[in-house]
Write a protein that binds this ligand. Sequence first.
Ligand code: SF4
Length: 332
Amino acid sequence: MSDRPIMHVVSMSGGKDSTATALMALEMHGHENCRFVFADTGNEHAQTYEYALDYLPSMLGIKVDVVKADFSDEFATKRANLARLAAGEPESAVYGKRKFQYPWTAEAAAKALELLHPTGNPYLDMCMLKGGFPSRKRQFCTQYLKTEPLTEYALDLIDSGYAVWSWQGVRIDESDSRRTRLQGTGACVKAFDVVGGGLFNYRPILRWHVEDVFEAHAIAGIQPNPLYRQGMNRVGCMPCINAAKAELAEIARRFPEEVERVAEWERLVSSVTRPRSPVSFFHMGTQGHSGQASTIWAVVEWSKTTRGGRQYDLLEPTYDAKACSSAYGLCE
Ligand code: SF4
């Protein structure tokens, strides 16, 4: 352990686990030794912004810093490449020997060049630059939108003389995939580890159950994110590329404006991507749905079907979109 003063940094997502983690950090180390930081993906629900950036700061007497990925340099590079293609240079001159399935034409490059500008929304900017949306196999969103900006935040604190404990609100029983990922090798998962260079990871709620998390909220007099009472079993991106079928149906029923926003993103990302490249928020095959037209609207239609995908759930229209349907049993 170093002689530097320790700053305890909690990454806030607006979700229950990071909130419980923040409550513990405050209880153990006090306001003066803690920092709170929110990585804004640009793809969060308004209720999550309100909860993480207004409700929690006012209830806990804390300041939550916001970090955002910035892609200005990558836009400059991509625009320069598109300008060369639009001027008629061959792809090999721009990208070297690499072969692409869907080559650019000068006309398509010129059209993309007109539309490819930073929007200031990190999620959308990232997808325009990548020429598509992340998927379960290529989950680059977490790295670009969360890990990198949060690491920079921690490194700035280290540069200013602190040792940083990065408090991570992960729990082994949060999901099957996390359980497998954390325990699948049979290795002991550590609640504390040394990253090096003055950075340490601390996972204080690693072995908590979901009931413990909500109990911590109740003891502190803090409400959980209201989205948990609206059918969401996790909060974060709205939607997340890993959203379950039922969750997507719930999002479409309650928050159709979020689906419309993503549909608009699909259209814009398509316009700045190689001609004929498939561009859809949910990747075919990764959500268990089939069919060629996997735009978000097509996937939403699929999400309303019963298992097997063809038959529409006859009970579906009787659901009240405003009714409480917490996936955590918060409400009777
Ligand atoms: S919440 Fe989902 S979509 Fe958002 S960054 Fe994480 S994995 Fe990607």
